[in-house]
Design a protein around this ligand. Structure first.
Ligand code: ATP
Ligand code: MG
Length: 584
C-alpha cells in the first residue's frame, strides 16, 4: 500500500467548494443542503425542477445545459431554456398517452438528446425513469421491463426491431413505445417521438412530487450476480446536488464531462442530474471510448472537470502518455474516477501525465450518490478512496454473534458500512424485500464491500466480500494483488481470484492482459510472479498467472471476477446478462 501523498493541485483550499474537510463536515447538515434548492409549493420536491426549471426561472436559461457530440463529431448545444421547453413537451405528451404519476418510463437509447429529454421529462410528469444500456440483449431488456412494470419505452427504430418487437406482447400491462428516429416509417405499434413532441404543449406545470415519491429505478451492474432494481426517490436530488458540489467540485461555469452511460447509475446521477442541478455545461459524447477522440474532446471543449472510470483510465494508460503531448489541456482542473478500485499506479500516472491526480471516489447503485471521496482540497493517498462526504457516517464493521460491531483499530479489514438516512439512499430493491432487509444490521447499511480505515481517516478498498481470498489464515484482497501487478510495465489489466486448495484453503491466481505489442511467454509469467512476490511476499503473491487478451467485464466496465472463477473451476456462469462480449 502506498502511504505517500500526491499533493493537491488547488493550493487555495478556500477556492474549492468543500474547503477544509473537518470544518465542512462539522457545519454540514442535510437540511442546509436541502435549503439551497428551490422545492415546490407545499413541501414538494421534484428532481427535474431543480435540474432545469430553477435555472430558467433565475434568469440562467440562455446558458448551455448540454453539448452533444454526435458520433460523426457534429456538436449541438441545448440551453437550459431549450431543455425546459423540451422536457415540458415530453411531460405533457406522457399525459396524452395516459401515463400517471408513478408509472414507469424506460429508455433504451444511445447517448442522444432524446434520452436526456426523456429522463427529465419523465421526472417532471411525476413518473419513474428507468434507463437501460442500448447494448443489452433482448433478455436483460425484457427482464428489466417486466420487473419494473414498464408503461412506456423510448427507443430507436433499430433497437426496437432487433431487441423488443418479438416479445413486447408478452408483457402483462399496456405499453406505449416511442421511436426517436422513425420519421414516417415508425414500426407498427409504435409512436413517432418527434410527432408527439410537436403536438404536445410547450409548457407544463411540473408535478409537485413528494420528496419520498419514487423517481428512479436503477439496476445494479450485475457484477456479483443477478442485477437488483434499486428504488430512488425525488429527495435524492439533495444528495446529487451536494455531492457534485463537494466531491466533483462543480461550479456553475464548469464544463463537465462524465463519461459514464446513463444505462448505469453514474451516468444518471452524475451524467444528468448532479451537473444540471449545479448549473454547469454538461458534455455528452455519443461515441464509445477512443483515446484520441477523448483527448480531443478534453482539449476542444475546454473540459474543466472530468469524471471517468478505472477501466477507461487503464485503456488510456495502455495508449501511453504520447497522445497527451502537445495538447492544450490547461482548462482541466479536476479529474475523478469511480466504479472500481483505482490502482495507485493510475493515480500517479494521472499526476505525471495531466499534472493532477485522478481523485477516486466510492459509491454504489444503492447509495444513489458519492459516499466516500478524494476532494480537490485534500491531498490524495494513491490507492485510497478518500474520506466520507459531509453528512455521511462511514465505518468498518465486523460481524458478531448478535449483529455487527464497529471496528475501532485502524487498518482492520471489515465490511464498509454507512449510517442510513442520507437522501439518495435506496428505498427498496423492487420486489425483493428480504434482500433489502439483509442490507441492514445493527443500525448500519452494509455495502457488501470490504475495506479498511487508516489513522488519518482515509478508507482503503480491499475487495468485494464475495471476492476476498482466504489463504493459509490470511485474508487477501484481490485489489492489493492486482495493484502490485499493475505496476509492472507489461501489464494492462488484471483480475485476481482464489482457487480452492486442499492445504491452504485457497491459492491466489491472477489473470493478466498485456499491453499492446507485448508477447505472452513463460519467462514473463515468472517475472510477474517474482515482481508480485517482491512487492507482496510469498503468502499473498499469486501462485499462478494466466494470460488473457481481455478480461470479462460488465457493461459498466467492471471486471467480473466471479466469472473468471466460474470458468476456472468449470462452474455454471450464472447471470451474465450484463457481460460485455469478451475475448478469452
Ligand atoms: P451487483 O451489485 O449487481 O453485483 P455492482 O455492485 O458492480 O453490481 P454497482 O452498484 O454499479 O453494481 O457498483 C458498485 C460497486 O462497485 C461497489 O460496491 C464496489 O464494489 C465497486 N466500486 C465502486 N466504486 C469503487 C471504488 N472507488 N473503489 C472500489 N470499488 C468501487
Ligand atoms: Mg453491488
Amino acid at each position: 500500500m502506498t502511504t505517500s501523498f500526491v499533493p493537491r493541485r488547488i493550493q487555495d483550499v478556500a477556492a474549492s467548494n468543500l474547503g477544509e474537510y473537518e470544518e465542512a463536515c462539522r457545519v454540514f447538515t442535510w437540511a442546509k443542503a436541502r435549503a439551497l434548492l428551490d422545492g415546490l409549493p407545499g413541501g414538494a420536491l421534484n428532481i427535474a425542477h431543480e435540474a432545469v426549471d430553477r435555472h430558467v426561472a433565475a434568469g440562467r436559461g440562455a446558458g448551455t445545459a448540454i453539448r452533444f457530440i454526435a458520433k460523426d463529431g457534429t456538436r449541438r448545444d441545448i440551453t437550459y431554456a431549450d431543455l425546459k421547453a423540451d422536457t415540458d413537451r415530453f411531460a405533457d405528451l406522457l399525459g396524452d398517452l395516459g401515463v400517471k404519476r408513478g408509472d414507469r418510463v424506460y429508455s433504451l437509447l444511445g447517448r442522444v438528446p432524446e434520452l436526456y429529454v426523456t429522463a427529465l421529462g419523465t421526472l417532471k410528469a411525476g413518473a419513474v425513469f428507468s434507463p437501460m444500456f442500448s447494448a443489452f440483449g433482448p433478455e436483460p431488456i425484457k427482464a428489466r421491463m417486466a420487473i419494473g412494470g414498464a408503461r412506456v419505452l423510448v427507443t430507436s427504430r433499430r433497437l426496437y426491431e432487433r431487441k423488443v418487437a418479438s416479445w413486447r406482447d408478452e408483457l402483462p400491462g399496456p405499453l406505449d413505445v416511442l421511436v426517436v428516429d422513425g420519421g414516417e416509417q415508425v414500426p407498427a405499434g409504435t409512436h413517432c417521438f418527434h410527432d408527439l413532441m410537436a403536438a404536445a404543449e410547450p409548457t407544463f406545470v411540473t408535478v409537485a412530487t413528494n420528496p419520498q415519491d419514487m423517481a428512479l429505478l436503477h439496476f445494479t451492474s450485475g457484477t456479483t450476480g443477478k442485477p437488483k432494481g434499486a428504488v430512488h426517490v425525488h429527495e435524492a436530488v439533495v444528495a446529487h446536488a451536494a455531492t457534485g458540489r463537494f466531491a466533483l467540485d462543480l461550479h456553475p461555469d464548469d464544463v463537465f464531462w462524465c463519461t459514464a452511460d446513463p444505462g448505469w447509475v453514474t451516468g444518471t446521477s452524475y451524467g444528468i442530474i448532479s451537473p444540471l442541478v449545479n448549473g454547469v455545461t454538461l458534455i455528452v459524447d455519443e461515441a464509445e471510448f477512443d483515446a484520441e477522440r477523448w483527448y480531443s474532446i478534453l482539449e476542444r471543449e475546454k473540459v474543466t472537470v472530468w469524471y471517468t472510470a478505472p477501466t477507461a483510465i487503464r485503456m488510456l494508460m495502455k495508449a501511453g502518455s504520447d497522445p497527451v503531448l502537445g495538447r492544450d489541456l490547461t482548462h482541466l482542473r479536476f479529474m475523478a474516477s469511480v466504479g472500481e478500485p483505482l490502482n495507485p499506479e493510475a493515480v500517479v500516472w494521472g499526476a505525471e501525465t495531466f499534472g493532477m491526480p485522478f481523485h477516486d471516489n466510492w459509491w454504489q447503485t444503492e447509495t444513489g450518490g458519492i459516499m466516500i471521496a478524494n476532494y480537490a482540497s485534500m491531498d490524495v493517498k494513491p490507492g485510497s478512496m478518500g474520506k466520507p462526504l459531509p453528512g455521511i457516517t462511514a465505518a468498518i464493521v465486523e460481524k458478531t454473534a448478535d449483529g455487527v460491531r464497529e471496528a475501532t483499530a485502524p487498518m482492520t479489514i471489515g465490511q464498509l458500512a454507512l449510517r442510513p438516512g442520507w437522501p439518495s439512499m435506496m428505498r427498496a430493491y423492487l420486489h425483493e424485500e428480504e434482500r433489502y432487509a439483509e442490507c441492514f444490521a445493527g443500525g448500519w447499511y452494509l455495502s457488501g464491500d470490504l475495506a479498511m480505515r487508516d489513522t488519518d481517516g482515509y478508507f482503503w478498498f480491499v475487495g468485494r466480500a464475495d471476492d476476498v481470498i482466504k489463504s493459509a489464515g490470511h485474508l487477501i484482497g484481490p485489489f492489493e494483488v492486482e495493484s502490485a501487478l499493475m505496476e509492472h510495465p507489461a501489464v494492462a489489466e488484471v483480475g485476481v481470484i482464489g482457487v480452492p486448495d486442499d492445504t491452504v484453503g485457497e491459492t491466489v491466481k491472477a489473470f493478466v492482459a498485456l499491453k499492446p505489442g507485448i508477447a505472452q511467454s513463460d519467462a514473463l509469467m515468472l517475472e510477474l510472479i517474482g515482481h508480485a512476490r517482491k512487492r507482496l511476499g510469498p503468502a499473498v503473491a499469486p501462485k499462478e498467472i494466466a494470460f488473457r487478451v481481455n478480461l470479462p467485464k460488465t457493461r459498466s466496465g467492471k471486471i467480473m471476477r466471479r466469472l473468471l472463477k466460474a470458468r476456472e473451476l468449470g462452474l455454471p456462469e450464472g447471470d451474465i446478462s450484463t457481460l460485455e462480449s469478451d475475448e478469452r
